[in-house]
Design a protein around this ligand. Structure first.
Ligand SMILES: Cc1cc2nc3c(=O)[nH]c(=O)nc-3n(C[C@H](O)[C@H](O)[C@H](O)COP(=O)(O)OP(=O)(O)OC[C@H]3O[C@@H](n4cnc5c(N)ncnc54)[C@H](O)[C@@H]3O)c2cc1C
Length: 467
């Protein structure tokens, strides 16, 4: 089909406002959040419902056009943008016009939505019904539920509630051949052989496009107790975590950490920020509390630990709580402002984290003595954003450095029983690293599943697997 005939066929499906070809309007959809990957698509499609999505996928199959499923385009590993100069035409399909709340079932504690709803919209829909949806990311105003599912998003509440996989009861998706995978049930028990929805969760747009989902809701939180405290080491931080879990059972909802170098980086851009502590590490911790919570008992517990209580900030109002969380949310934005760096989203058993840092940090500094670290993340889940940069590095130089440095990081992560992709996924950034860090049988099985569902490799080519 000639390009003009193709655009006209796409417009027949999505309507005149549903297909964007203007280069200036297309630009933000072709560049990733970190501005590392710049791709080219023939157009952006904005379908309004599942039927339009099916028609788009069938047309792309017929015309051999690659499909790039896109949500809020907040992927930090280049997962949601087209490739540059790919041999096949690429169509971005963004679900932002599919954002209807379909059903809120109070008895079942579940919420069915279209996949283009933003995470904030879902949190608010739950809250309006007196319920709670716990997924929380700094990108929540922009990211979409489809993107959260396709990346199996994590965020700050995994410690208590699990990742997106644990928060999902059902979903509907269009498979690469245009057929509809209907698993959008609201059931908590369903042992009818394999749970097919799990194929799409974490699939990063390579196995189909998610159109709807049913999410688990929870009772509202009575109140939060949020505090930030300095610690001298990871083991001191983990002692505090153990103590809190022993005393508040499953109500430790968030346990985040920032290393001194990250704090310094933040201070360089926000010198007046009073909530940043001058310490080797700063923790941000949140407990979900009930009426029985006793402040005296909390201070007694902390008194028994070797903590410097002059370096303790407690939020006493919702505004103070928000201010503490703002620090954590600012970190990725400050890092972006500071320039390109090598980002590693790693997970390790809690007991291996300190050893990993002791072994790996000197190796990176030996390669690049003037490099800087920015380390922060969801410590309670064993997930660190282990970032290493050189001030003023260009897009090109950071890509070159990545080939030297990232394998050193990943080798130590794997040797200590960890994962090279804790919550952000593989995208384009870790395509080369995946086969070297996964067991070869696991990797082959993943490839076979991809080949079976998408033999023409039309869905998100060049992501997860090399071309
Ligand atoms: C400031 C900031 C903070 C962040 N914090 C966190 C965090 O704490 N935890 C965390 O896990 N992530 C975090 N992220 C990463 C990102 O926000 C998440 O991965 C998020 O889930 C992506 O959602 P999205 O809608 O933006 O997806 P996109 O970026 O648009 O897409 C991500 C992947 O999903 C695929 N995809 C998107 N929509 C669909 C669909 N409907 N069907 C099939 N595939 C689809 C894309 O092809 C791509 O591979 C953060 C990002 C930023 C910028």
């Amino acid at each position: 089909m000639q390009p003009t005939a193709l655009i006209s066929a796409l417009r027949d499906i999505c309507g005149p406002n549903g297909i964007i070809t203007d280069l200036t309007a297309l630009r933000p959809y072709q560049i990733d959040w970190r501005e590392r990957y710049h791709g080219n698509a023939i157009a952006l499609a904005l379908p309004q419902n599942t039927e339009e999505l099916i028609a788009l996928v069938k047309l792309c199959q017929q015309q051999q056009i690659a499909i790039i499923p896109q949500g809020g385009n907040t992927s930090t590993c280049g997962g949601a943008v087209p490739l540059s100069n790919y041999y096949q035409p690429q169509l971005i399909i963004n679900l932002k016009r599919m954002k209807r709340i379909l059903n809120l079932d109070r008895v079942n504690n579940s919420l069915t939505v279209e996949a283009g709803c933003s995470l904030t919209q879902v949190q608010q829909a739950a809250q309006a019904a007196g319920l709670y949806f716990p997924l929380s990311l700094a990108s929540e105003d922009s990211c979409q539920i489809g993107g959260n599912l396709a990346t199996n998003a994590g965020g700050i509440h995994v410690l208590k509630y699990g990742m997106m996989r644990e928060l999902t009861l059902g979903l509907e998706a269009i498979l690469p051949d245009g057929s509809l995978l209907s698993c959008n049930t609201a059931l908590r028990k369903n042992n009818t052989y394999l749970d097919l929805k799990q194929l799409l969760i974490g699939s990063e747009g390579t196995l189909g496009i998610i159109s709807q989902a049913t999410l688990r809701l929870f009772p509202p939180i009575y109140d939060y107790f949020t505090f930030s405290v300095a610690v001298n080491s990871l083991s001191q931080a983990l002692c505090l975590l153990e103590c809190l879990r022993a005393n508040y059972s499953n109500n430790v909802a968030a346990f985040e950490i920032l290393k001194a170098e990250t704090i310094e980086l933040m201070l360089a851009y926000h010198p007046d920020e009073r909530l940043l502590l001058r310490a080797p590490w700063q923790l941000i911790v949140e407990l979900e509390i009930t009426t029985e919570f006793s402040l005296e008992r909390f201070y007694r517990l902390l008194d028994e630990l070797p903590l410097d209580l002059n370096q303790l900030i407690v939020a006493t109002t919702p505004t103070e709580r928000k201010a503490i969380w703002q620090i954590r949310e600012l970190v990725p934005l400050v890092e972006k402002q500071h320039g390109y760096a090598l980002k590693h989203d790693i997970a390790l058993p809690l007991s291996a984290l300190e050893e990993f840092l002791a072994v790996n940090m000197p190796k990176l500094l030996a390669c690049v003595p003037h490099g800087y670290f920015s380390i922060f993340g969801h410590l309670g889940d064993g997930n660190l954003h282990y970032n290493f940069g050189i001030k003023g590095a260009s897009r090109h130089s950071i890509s070159q450095l990545e080939q030297q440095i990232s394998p050193l990081v990943y080798a130590d992560v794997v040797a200590l029983g960890g994962s090279i992709a804790a919550e952000h996924g593989i995208g384009q950034t870790k395509v080369a690293a995946l086969p070297t860090t996964l067991n070869s049988i696991n990797y082959q099985l993943l490839r076979q599943i991809k080949n079976m569902l998408d033999p023409a490799n039309l869905f998100n080519p060049g992501k997860i697997f090399p071309l």
